[in-house]
Design a protein around this ligand. Structure first.
Ligand SMILES: [Zn+2]
Length: 881
């Protein structure tokens, strides 16, 4: 049952709860046809809020549950003594302390939403963030209500030998009828969104960790037994995260046991439930022959992220869901610094910024744009966004840039000390940083409240007589839904100055070559005295703020910065700017039907990169990667999908032809057999080798094709095997039609038993325009490895086609849009969260030409005409508004 017009909830309406729940005792009786949940709650009036009459107790619930029994202080209520709606249960109250006991009956085997309690394969599992707990029992399901939880689980012993919940196991035994019971007790108060339960036939690996104060913690990773050989990397990552959080933040783990469970059907990546993290299997399982380097690195980052939440999220949690970035922005910043320390700092920064600029900037410029702390929502699940996570992390990084490493640690120590065990707000976090560092971040708070990507326009002038160099910085921010006018932001702008010889000049009072300018005004001047010549500025070093920066660099300036900038990020960024400008010039030539020719400066810059034997291979690999079609799309006022694709392919082809020799020489130098290690130097070598192979495939030559085939056949790790497969599928292979099909079928036969590898097999076929037609997507949906109920399969096939294969998805026939609309309508009945997320490509309809825009809008209107979940309703209606 859904409301016809779901209403919005506003931050300004926040009120503390009427009641607290001191203790929560849960008992689950898991059955194949029904599961009974008994919840006994010790409830207490919130004295701060009420001195008048006792208000009724309004608990959150869900229409999919059946209410079997309600007792207050041991006395059963009859149906006329309470009020039950599809979303609430209201009970009368006659004292300021009382106990309720509620029995709910669930059908987890039929729950396809993957919120609350559901079955994945043969196991039971839960997902309660944000509002899943209300699908398990009626409760005060809001993060500021924190309670002590005890959980009793009873289930068939043969089918579900492993029964897990949060905290420590305090009791277990058989019940005599082929069933058994375990009782878990969590000594830390927590909101219901951190509750978890798992029951299944699972194997596990075990290790231990000794904390800095000398306590021993048992570490366990649970998975189905056929995957038990794929847990080592996650375990290693967990131990590294635990050590790092002690060293960098002084944070120690607080329970005797820490468990991770891998689950195949999961809406998100992973979930930080107290002591019992539940992971999408794609984010935890890895073995060199089954997972790519990218997967190894993603697992390291996600294991760390969820572990770090134990402090930034669990011990100190959010007061309400508007504050989601309080835990997510901070924790993404923490995991990204961890990855930077474990791998290459510059490369990690490039990857994060690339993702932010391609995807979050697009979100900021679209109909769903919202501040990092939204002021209203209809369905909170729609706000687990790049803005809340990635831009939220950039805000924390800016504070780090402003107060420095030591100042930041003082601020985080104060935050954890002041708020341990509390549910707090973004202001509380920023205030701790201010108080620990005696600074004023009042203006800075606008980053939390104003949506949109700020733009910095920078010009400069040089006065030779007075040896004075001046940078003039003007800031602006485009209007976003509900916010027409923006106040100036407080922006840390890191810069350097280069001499005509390529020296990075001292500019700080201690001779530093990088300084952070604090931009606060709409327009502001920064003066540099005693400059004997006009310098070339290196602006926004390390991407010191999530802004777009315009400065009129010539292409020769960019080449100069690529060679001489001592900021690694900006060397890469100059290279990206050069490639972006070159491709966009070609787009204009295509639109004007002019003949195409590639600016030779780009070729020479690439040649220099390839021939520099001393260069860092990871950096070379990043610099040789052309800007994505998504990023190029964001640079155009009206996105011309076909011209962008054609221009980018033309550049790839021309670079391959002109640089065939150095590309081959690097490829052959790196194509040597050695044991697989997921370490940064080795990862960089494989990445560079496979980028070279990708370019070489553009040559459409039998010799190059056989390089890829040989690599595919001889590969001892998934990185090289998958790269070779992708090169053949996406390369120009007219000389050998059918090759791609042969390799795809060999790959399928080799890996059909591995669900996560099969996800990659689906994606690689539909992510590129050469092979990934809509027809192929539809065929693969009929293939036995595809499963419409599994979110990973939906994302790998439909999601990848619609979000990455821009040329085919945006086919002028409009068939791609109709296909997506059909699937959203179908999927919304099954899994609203995933349906709403997959809608994203259609929401950008205003950015395209009239013909495509009209077709996309029609697809949205067709979805709108259905009875929709809150999730899809909100996205569709905001997109059409
Ligand atoms: Zn998180």
């Amino acid at each position: 049952m859904k409301d016809a017009q779901p209403g919005a909830i506003y931050l300004k309406d926040y009120q503390a709860p009427d009641y607290w729940i001191d203790k929560t005792e849960l008992s689950f009786d898991l059955g194949e046809n029904e599961t009974r949940v008994t919840a006994r709650l010790q409830i207490r009036l919130n004295q701060d809020r009420h001195d008048r009459q006792l208000p009724p107790l309004v608990l959150h619930g869900n229409a999919d549950m059946t209410l079997a029994e309600v007792k207050v202080d041991g006395v059963a209520l009859s149906a006329d003594q309470y009020t039950l709606t599809s979303e609430t249960l209201t009970l009368p109250v006659s004292s300021d302390r009382f106990e309720t006991e509620i029995v709910s009956v669930l059908a987890p085997q039929d729950n396809t939403s993957m919120e609350g309690l559901y079955k994945s394969g043969g196991m039971y599992c839960t997902q309660c963030e944000a509002e899943g707990f209300r699908r398990i029992t009626w409760y005060l399901d809001r993060p500021d209500v924190m309670s002590l939880f005890t959980t009793r689980i009873t289930a068939d012993k043969a089918k579900y030998p492993v029964l897990l919940s949060n905290g420590n196991c305090i009791e277990q035994g058989d019940t005599g009828d082929g069933r058994h019971t375990m009782v878990w007790e969590d000594p830390f108060r927590k909101p219901a969104y951190l509750f978890a339960l798992v029951a299944g036939n699972l194997a596990h690996v075990e290790d231990t960790f000794t904390t800095q104060s000398g306590r021993n913690v048992t570490l366990q990773i649970f998975t189905e037994s056929h995957n038990i050989t794929k847990c080592d990397h996650a375990m290693r990552s967990l131990k590294q995260s635990m050590r790092w959080d002690e060293e960098v933040y002084g944070r120690e783990y607080d329970l005797d046991i820490f468990m991770i469970v891998a689950v195949d059907d999961f809406n998100m990546g992973a979930m930080e439930n107290k002591g019992l993290n539940i992971f999408n299997s794609s984010c935890v399982l890895a073995r060199p022959d089954t997972a790519t380097d990218a997967t190894f690195q993603r697992i390291e980052a996600i294991v760390a992220h969820e572990y770090f939440h134990n402090w930034s999220g669990n011990r100190v949690t959010c007061r309400d869901w508007f504050q989601l970035s309080l835990k997510e922005g901070f924790t993404v910043f923490r995991d990204s610094e961890f990855s930077a320390d474990m791998n290459s700092r510059t490369v990690k920064r490039i990857e994060d910024v690339n993702h932010l600029r391609s995807a979050q900037f697009a979100e900021d410029a679209g109909p769903m744009a919202h501040p990092v702390r939204p002021s209203s929502f209809i369905e909170i699940s729609n706000f687990y966004t790049l803005t809340v996570y990635e831009k939220g992390a950039e805000i924390v990084r800016m504070i780090h840039n402003l107060v420095g490493r030591e100042g930041f640690r003082k601020g985080s120590d104060l935050y954890f000390e002041r708020h341990d065990g509390q549910a707090v707000t973004c202001e509380d976090f920023v205030r701790a940083m201010e108080d620990a560092n005696s600074i004023d971040l009042g203006q800075f708070m606008r980053w939390y409240t104003q949506a949109g990507t700020p733009v910095l326009d920078v010009t400069d002038s040089y006065d030779a007589d007075n040896q004075r160099y001046v940078l003039e910085v003007t800031q602006s921010c485009p209007a976003t839904p509900g916010q027409d006018v923006k106040e100036p932001f407080h922006i840390p702008l890191a810069i350097g100055l280069l001499s005509s010889e390529g020296d990075n000049l001292p500019i700080g009072d201690k001779g530093q070559t990088t300084v952070v300018l604090e931009v606060r005004e709409a327009s502001q001047q920064f003066v540099f005295e005693n400059r004997i010549e006009r310098p070339l500025p290196s602006l926004l070093r390390g991407f010191s703020a999530p802004v777009k920066l315009n400065y009129d660099y010539s292409r020769d300036d960019l080449l100069f910065l690529m060679r001489h900038d001592d900021d690694g990020f900006n060397r890469w960024d100059s290279c990206q700017r050069l490639a972006t400008e070159t491709i966009l010039d070609l787009v204009r030539d295509i639109q004007a039907a002019k003949p195409l020719s590639l600016d030779t400066r780009l070729i020479e810059a690439w040649r220099e990169l390839l021939e520099d034997e001393t260069a860092d291979k990871a950096m070379v690999a990043e610099m040789l990667t052309l800007p994505s079609e998504q990023w190029l799309s964001e640079q155009m006022a009206v996105i011309d999908v076909y011209a962008i694709h054609e221009a980018r392919e033309f550049v790839r082809g021309e670079l391959a032809k002109s640089l065939s020799e150095p590309l081959q020489s690097i490829y052959r130098g790196l194509a040597v057999e050695k044991p697989y290690k997921p370490e940064s130097a080795d990862i960089a070598e494989r990445q560079l080798k496979n980028i070279c192979l990708g370019y070489l495939m553009e040559l459409d030559s039998p010799a190059m094709l056989s390089l890829a085939e040989t690599q595919f056949q001889n590969a001892t790790n998934m990185t090289d095997q998958m790269a070779a497969l992708s090169c053949v599928i996406n390369g120009a292979h007219q000389t050998a039609p059918g090759k791609a099909e042969t390799l795809l079928s060999a790959f399928h036969d080799q890996w059909k038993g591995d669900a996560n590898v099969m996800d990659m097999w689906l994606s690689v076929q539909v992510s590129g325009a050469r092979m990934g037609s809509l027809e192929r997507v539809k065929q693969l949906m009929e293939h036995p490895v595809f499963d419409y109920r599994n979110p990973n399969k939906l994302r790998s096939l439909i999601g990848v086609f619609c979000m990455r294969n821009l040329k085919c998805f945006h086919d002028l026939s409009g068939e791609g849009y109709a296909f997506l609309a059909d699937n959203i309508i179908r999927l919304d009945k099954q899994n609203p969260q995933i349906a709403a997320r997959m809608l994203t490509p259609l929401t950008r309809w205003r950015r395209y030409d009239d013909q495509r825009g009209a077709l996309m809008k029609a697809a949205l209107e067709r979805i709108q005409a259905n009875e929709l979940s809150k999730d899809v309703f909100e996205v569709v209606n905001k997109s059409l508004a």
